[in-house]
Write a protein that binds this ligand. Structure first.
Ligand code: C2O
Ligand code: CU
Length: 432
């Protein structure tokens, strides 16, 4: 299914403000059914899942090095668990049923308690039947602030998502649709940027924390109305801010942009013909003189240095519709094995560096996510490049990633097109 013009929401209304609460231990976090205004105001509402009464759930904000303590309660009719995506977390808090904890039964509770070591833009989401629960809205932003945050006028979280809705606003069912699983996943027919209701002004400097929470859609993104630079990918600072031309965000990927408002800030979904407006920030009537200082790199945080002689392994994505390779028992596989094997795909000594060659032998893009670690995408010249927690491989593409496995535990490695994960494209590694 592709997006057509009428299906797109080009609303300038901020439909869902992101609620937030200040750090106080422990945060109550309730997963529960919610009704939200995904369509324009005045149109039908959508029943789904959320946290503390809303989807996206509350923005959780803390400083790097602080402890987050969450009293989680499951008020859903189904079991669930919360994963803290991108955080280098203690393994027992990673929220993966079957690997790090039991799913929390309806009416049950679980205490999540961890230190967030690295500043950056992260998010939390269900990791149980995630292809359905995340599509229903069970996610929220997790923001870890720098000890000395950059000088900006507004720090704005922007969520890109798409939903498969009936004209009434009702969410289409059929979450486990095998046709979706075997193709690109559950692509929505409505997409938008969820923005807070705030007034910006020309000349003001903004930090935009953009998160793709969709279960399947790769968002191409362009911005106008802001002279901005990309300062972080998947929460990790770039050594030098980078030009903001068109970028793509795989499901689960994030980018941080800092820049100065020049006009209406528009979040655009470019297509070969035309760009669709996914959301806007309208400037108010109080322009200010822009800062003279150019956008600087964010402060870096310590990161392990990969060794020069990494262990080399290959992970081949196989299967799916129009796939040439045998795919294991299910629709998708890694190296011919579908789903979580009893023993890990690979075991590493703590601190060991591995170079994983990811080969996309399928007809679809995959966003491959490793839990509990960041990794370098390896540049063409072989040098360690951008640090990420999720890497996007287009059809036929191969990429090497360099990982220092320094976080002990059992860690999932899977496709973040969540229908692909559900139908086989996942495995796990163990770090002793
Ligand atoms: Cu964003 Cu395995 O998760
Ligand atoms: Cu995939």
């Amino acid at each position: 299914m592709s997006l057509n013009r009428r299906q797109f929401l080009a609303s300038t209304l901020a439909v869902t403000a992101l609620p937030r609460f200040a750090l106080a231990a422990p945060h109550p976090l309730r997963a529960e059914p919610v009704v939200s205004q995904i369509l324009d105001a005045g149109e039908g509402q959508t029943a789904g899942f959320g946290f503390n009464g809303s989807t996206p759930g509350p923005e959780l904000r803390l400083r790097a090095g602080e402890r987050l303590s969450v009293a989680f309660e499951n008020n859903l009719p189904d079991p669930t668990a919360v994963h803290w995506h991108g955080i280098r977390i203690a393994n027992a808090m990673d929220g993966v049923p079957g690997l790090t904890q039991e799913a929390v039964a309806p009416g049950g509770t679980f205490d999540y308690d961890f230190v967030a070591p690295d500043a950056g833009t992260y998010w939390y989401h269900s990791h149980h039947q995630s292809w359905e629960q995340v599509a229903r809205g069970l996610y929220g932003p997790l923001i870890v602030e720098e000890a000395t945050p950059p000088d900006v006028d507004h720090d704005i979280t922007v969520i890109l998502d798409d939903w498969r809705l009936e004209p009434s606003g009702k969410m289409a069912g059929d979450f486990g649709n095998m046709h979706d699983f075997a193709h690109a996943g559950r692509l929505g027919n409505f997409a938008k940027a969820i923005l807070p209701e705030i007034t910006v002004n020309r000349g003001q400097r903004l930090r935009l924390r953009i998160i793709n929470t969709a279960t399947a859609r790769v968002f191409p993104l362009a911005l106008d109305g802001i002279a901005g630079r990309v300062v972080a990918l998947d929460g990790r600072p770039l050594p030098e801010p980078r030009d903001l031309s068109q970028v793509s965000l795989s499901p689960a990927q994030r980018i941080d942009v800092i820049g100065d408002v020049t006009d209406t800030v528009r979040f655009l979904f470019p297509t070969p013909e035309e760009a669709f407006v996914m959301g806007t920030l309208e400037p108010g009537q109080d322009p200010v003189t822009p800062r003279e200082a150019p956008v600087a790199a964010l402060p870096d945080s310590p990161r392990p240095t990969p060794s020069d002689s990494p262990r080399a392994l290959t992970l081949r994505m196989q299967g799916g519709a129009m796939g040439g390779q045998h795919a294991g028992d299910d629709i998708w596989s890694f190296n011919g094995v579908s789903g979580l094997p009893d023993s890990p795909w690979a075991s590493f000594d703590r601190g060991e560096t591995a170079r994983l060659r990811l080969v996309n032998d399928t007809a679809f893009p995959h966003g491959i996510h490793l839990h509990g670690h960041h990794f370098h995408e390896v540049n063409e010249d072989g040098s360690p490049g951008d640090l990420r927690d999720t890497t996007l491989l287009m059809r036929g593409e191969t990429r090497e990633i360099l990982v220092v496995f320094d976080n002990p535990g059992k860690w999932l490695l899977h496709c973040h097109m969540l229908g692909h994960q559900a139908s086989g494209m996942k495995t796990w590694v163990e770090v002793a």
